[in-house]
Structures are given as structure tokens and as C-alpha cells.
Design a protein around this ligand. Structure first.
Ligand SMILES: [Zn+2]
Length: 610
């Protein structure tokens, strides 16, 4: 009997992960798929399976699909059924079922996690795609919930979704409140050839490691993570002198502690599907091949996006395997499957661009290191896209003011993958009191542009909500939204809303559309002179922080920016009609990138206009 004990989603809700109890690779499991209409849905029956979490329904952010339900089938207790409800425009041939190791995953669109390149460094098995026969059935099956005994795993997975982030949907809760965010669920922890391997479901991320003395050990905290019960507090010997232990440190934080006399030798290497992490002993991985496919750098840009922040954007032809390590005054970004990287011209270019603090070196067959000079007080954020073809680093903090280090019992080394370290203290309180009106384009019956079932109105709302959060995180107290749900507003109502609130700034977000599918890029529009001042600053942030095509700054007579008294701009952040941009703009990473640039620009503008 196959036990299914977790369901998880990636950030863009394009993949459903089903964790199973199986320790061996799934080979002879039995699945049937059928399609039903009114409402449109597809279901998978997993035969000889039992669900150890409660029957549940999840709303998806992906606008082509409305919800996913997983339940023990009522009339046959040996069947677990997954039902996916989709909209008319969704192409169900995109649904693909795959296995990874001992888990199942259902792909809902073209987003390709990098599993195709998996090698046995991270997992034993390779991808084995299961396609199935298309069957259409008219049989209506009613799925009645079957209460299941609550066991440990139930509680673990249940608590993996908290109220605000992910939630089981109760009948009377409106859809918009049901936001899902993925968590990481660790279901394998072992020592392999002197290296520590963690496998899980979801996307792994790390906090800055800490080195502690007596006994000497290095601690890695893994946020947003649930450890399977049977792995908790399990101590494994690495060798005669070293051991490692994994625990559930806080309700949603896992902690890995390696007892070793040489803590700096251990470095975390991310698998490209971001579902595994290898804490590798440097000495043990020489010559190891981490990927069966090499990757090339296709785009590189290092830019100073503000006085204090430098951003590095790197794009790759194929998923990349990398590690990130911080030494005293140096950050090392190491790639394990690169080829044709011309370090000589890279270094020359860095010098020409007056970025002498960045240099690259080849250290092995396909191994390259890019080094960044750092000072102690610099902070680092690292982001990677789901398909592992883009890495972005934000390095914050000035190189000049080096803080004296306090002698402390614990010395901290920051690899610093902490995500939300905002310093609002630098923004004057008079600026933080400014009234900012955010306007999500379209809404309700006015969908805006539509492409492949994606509505402009949904994306603009999602982004506006993120922008509000971002500004409030930075300390702004008067941020108002013309709409915070899917309601219809006239343009005049939006303008009126702004003047009622005494706006100091008005920002409207839209998505562009073109009959030519390859047209892409972002645009900033203004109409008044006041609007121009703000547009210029925000546009320059977008231009320097995004890798997307900059279509320019335009004086345009759009109603909202023409009639609003406050400085007003309208942003067309991407083309919904362009396949790549559409796919990207639906990801959290991309949205956050744009939001950050807008927020930076807005702050800069408001400060300057004080
Ligand atoms: Zn629009």
C-alpha cells in the first residue's frame, strides 16, 4: 500500500508535489486519469494508496486552474483521488505526471523544474515520465470526505501551512483569501560519502550559518521547513570525529548541526531543482560530477542600484548547480557545471566597468568561481528561479564603514540567504507618512488583456498587493489601494479615490499586450510635470534592476495619470502576449524583482521631493 503523506506546491503553483512513504523508487504504482466536464476537471486515481493527511482542497494562484482536491475515494478505500479543476482556456494536455525518487509530481504547465538533469549526487533515480492514455468519461463521481485518523504526519503537514500563507479551504471562505505558499518538507536525511544530503519536497533555502564552540559545530537553519517525524533528532556519524543532527528547531524551522573541528569545510550546494541540498565537505567532492549537462552563462550584469546596494544578475543556458560561501572579506559563488566561461574577458570587463571587487577564476574542469570583495557589515540576499537558470544577488551595505567586531561566544559567518532584511531606519519619518495610492489595473468585468487564460486584472492585483506589503515593510503607514479584490472600478472612481485620500503619489500597474507575440519589455508612462519627476526615478530603477527590455519613458494621456492631481505614473511592467514574459510575470521571483525596483524608486523620489 502506497502512503501519500504530503501535498505541496511550487511558488507559481505550476507543480503539485505528492510525498509518499515509499523509501524505494516508485516503479509499479498504478494511476488512472480521466477527464470530466461541467465543471471542467481532470482526476487521477492512485490505486492501492492511502492518504494520511485529511481530504483537502487547495485554491491555486495559477489563473488557468482553479483548485486541486486530494481525497481518499469514498467508494473504494484503496484509492486516492486528485481532482484538478480548470478553466475553459486551459490546455489539459499540459498536465503531466512524473516521479522523482519516491515522490510523485504533477506538472500543470510548461514550467520545467530542472529534474531532467538530475544526477545521482542528489538522488538515486532519474526522471521517469509517465504519460497516460487520454480517456474521457461521463461518469459523475461524487467524492465524499472520509475522516482519517490523525497521525503524526498529518499534524506535521497540517502545520506546514499556516493561516495566512497556505490554508485548507473551508466552504464559506472566499477564494481570494486562500493564498498558498509552498513550504519545504524534508523526507530524507543521510550521510553519503562523507557529505550530508537532505532531500525534500518544495524549495529549500538557508539562513546564515553560525559557528559555535565547545564543542565546535556549524549550525544551518532551514526556514519554512518541516522535518518528517522519523528524521527528527536523528544523529548520524559522518566519520570517527564528526557527526550531524537534524531537528525541528521551531515549528516551521529546521536546524542542521554539524559537529566538526573544521566547520568552514562544509558548504551547501543546491541542486538545481532546489529540492535537495548537499552539505559537502570540500575535500570529499573534488572530481564529483554534479550534473550530466553543462550550462553556459548567457547574461551577466552587475549594477549599482543605489548607493548601498549592488545587484548581480546571471542567467544560464541550462540549470546550474552552485554554492554560495562567505569568507571574511570575500563572497564565493561557485558553479559546478559551467562550460565556455571566459574568465579572462570577464575580468577585463570588470576592470573596464570599474568593478575591481569582482573577479572570476577557473578551478576545475567545469568548476568556476566568481569572487566578490565584501566588508563585514554587508548583507546578502540570493534568489534563484525555479528552473535554476537565473541567479540574482543583492549585496547591501557600504564598503567603507567597517564595524568593529565584538568578541562574542559565537562568531557569525553570513552566507546570508535571509530574505527580508529591510532597513527602514534610513527613511525619514516625514517620508514614511506620505500617502501613496496604488492602483491595480482593471478588475471585475474589465479583465484587461487576456492571454492563454491569464487575465491582466489578476496579475496587476497580485503585484499591487505585494507592493503594498513591500512599502509597509519599509515603514510606510499610509498606503491605500483603489481595489484589493476583483471588483470593477471606473477610471473616474480611481482618480476620485486618490484625491479623497490626499495622495502624494499615485502608481498604477498594468500589463501590456501586442498582436506580435515577440514584442516584450516594460514601459513607464506619465502625463504631468510632477508625474515626470517620479516616472524618471522609478523608470531608472526598473531599468537598472531588471534584465528585461527597456521600452522607455512615455508622455501619455492615460486617464488615471492625466486626471490625478498627485504625481502619477502608469507602469506597463511586461507583455502578457509574450510567452516568456507571461510565464515569468506569474512567478513570485519576477514580481518581487519588479516590486523592489518600484519601491526603491518611489522611496528615492519621495525623499528627493521633500
Ligand atoms: Zn491595462
Amino acid at each position: 500500500m502506497l502512503k501519500i503523506n504530503s501535498i505541496n506546491f511550487d511558488n507559481s503553483d505550476s507543480i503539485i508535489f505528492l510525498g509518499t512513504s515509499q523509501t524505494e523508487e516508485l516503479t509499479d504504482f498504478n494511476i488512472t486519469k480521466q477527464q470530466l466536464t461541467s465543471p471542467n476537471r481532470v482526476f487521477f486515481d492512485i490505486n492501492n494508496a492511502v492518504l494520511t493527511i485529511p481530504n483537502s482542497t487547495y485554491q491555486l494562484k495559477n489563473s488557468k486552474l482553479s483548485s486541486v482536491r486530494i481525497a481518499q475515494f469514498s467508494t473504494n478505500p484503496n484509492v486516492v483521488r486528485v481532482v484538478i479543476n480548470y478553466n475553459d482556456t486551459y490546455d489539459i494536455s499540459k498536465i503531466k505526471l512524473n516521479t522523482i525518487n519516491n515522490n510523485l509530481f504533477i506538472k500543470l504547465d510548461d514550467t520545467i523544474p530542472a529534474q531532467a538533469y538530475l544526477t545521482q549526487v542528489y538522488r538515486e533515480s532519474k526522471e521517469s515520465p509517465y504519460d497516460y492514455n487520454e480517456k474521457t468519461s461521463v461518469v459523475e463521481n461524487v467524492i465524499a470526505p472520509v475522516p482519517k485518523p490523525q497521525d503524526e504526519i498529518f499534524n506535521q503537514v497540517r502545520s506546514a501551512f499556516n493561516e495566512s500563507q497556505g490554508t485548507l479551504v473551508l466552504p464559506n471562505i472566499e477564494q481570494k483569501q486562500a493564498r498558498l505558499m509552498s513550504r519545504y518538507f524534508i523526507n530524507r536525511f543521510e550521510v553519503r560519502q562523507g557529505n550530508i544530503l537532505i532531500n525534500g519536497i518544495g524549495v529549500v533555502n538557508l539562513e546564515a550559518p553560525i559557528i559555535l564552540e565547545e564543542p565546535r559545530r556549524i549550525v544551518f537553519d532551514i526556514p519554512n521547513t518541516i522535518v518528517a517525524q522519523e528524521l527528527r533528532n536523528k544523529e548520524i556519524k559522518i566519520n570517527e570525529y564528526e557527526s550531524v543532527k537534524l531537528g525541528q528547531f521551531e515549528p516551521s524551522k529546521a536546524r542542521l548541526v554539524i559537529s566538526t573541528n573544521f566547520p568552514m569545510k562544509y558548504k551547501p550546494i543546491y541542486s538545481f531543482d532546489l529540492q535537495s541540498i548537499l552539505f559537502a565537505n570540500e575535500d570529499k567532492i573534488k572530481g564529483l560530477i554534479f550534473a550530466d549537462k553543462n550550462s553556459q552563462i548567457t547574461y551577466y550584469k552587475a549594477s549599482q542600484i543605489s548607493d548601498a546596494t549592488k545587484m548581480i544578475n546571471i542567467m544560464f543556458s541550462n540549470p546550474v548547480v552552485y554554492s554560495l560561501k562567505r569568507y571574511n572579506n570575500e563572497l564565493e559563488l561557485r558553479f559546478y557545471n559551467l562550460e565556455n566561461f571566459n574568465v579572462i574577458s570577464f575580468n577585463q570587463q570588470a576592470i573596464e566597468n570599474q568593478q575591481e571587487d569582482i573577479s572570476a577564476v577557473k578551478v576545475g574542469q567545469n568548476e568556476y568561481v566568481i569572487k566578490f570583495k565584501l566588508s563585514d557589515n554587508m548583507k546578502l540576499d540570493c534568489y534563484e528561479t525555479l528552473n535554476a537558470t537565473q541567479i540574482r544577488l543583492n549585496i547591501t551595505g557600504s564598503a567603507k564603514s567597517v564595524k568593529p567586531q565584538k568578541p562574542k561566544e559565537e562568531s557569525k559567518i553570513k552566507i546570508g540567504l535571509g530574505k527580508k532584511d529591510k532597513d527602514s531606519s534610513k527613511i525619514p519619518s516625514s517620508v514614511l507618512k506620505k500617502t501613496i495610492i496604488l492602483d491595480a489595473g482593471h478588475g471585475g468585468k474589465d479583465t484587461g488583456a487576456i492571454k492563454s487564460g491569464i487575465n491582466e486584472k489578476d496579475i496587476t492585483l497580485e503585484m499591487i498587493l505585494r507592493l503594498k506589503d513591500e512599502l509597509e515593510d519599509r515603514g510606510f503607514s499610509r498606503v491605500y489601494l483603489t481595489r484589493d479584490d476583483d471588483t470593477y472600478l471606473t477610471l473616474a472612481e480611481r482618480v476620485e479615490f486618490a484625491s479623497e485620500h490626499g495622495a502624494d503619489a499615485f502608481v498604477s500597474i498594468h500589463l501590456n499586450s501586442s498582436v506580435k507575440p515577440d514584442v516584450r519589455g516594460f514601459e513607464t508612462h506619465y502625463y504631468t510635470d510632477e508625474g515626470y519627476g517620479m516616472a524618471k526615478v522609478i523608470h531608472s530603477e526598473l531599468s537598472s534592476q531588471l534584465v528585461d527590455y527597456d521600452r522607455g519613458l512615455f508622455k501619455s494621456k492615460f486617464y488615471v495619470i492625466n486626471h490625478t492631481i498627485a504625481p502619477s505614473i502608469l507602469l506597463e511592467v511586461a507583455f502578457l502576449s509574450n510567452d516568456e514574459e507571461r510565464r515569468e510575470i506569474m512567478t513570485k521571483e519576477k514580481q518581487e524583482q519588479i516590486i523592489k525596483a518600484i519601491a526603491d524608486g518611489l522611496v528615492r523620489y519621495l525623499r528627493a521631493s521633500e
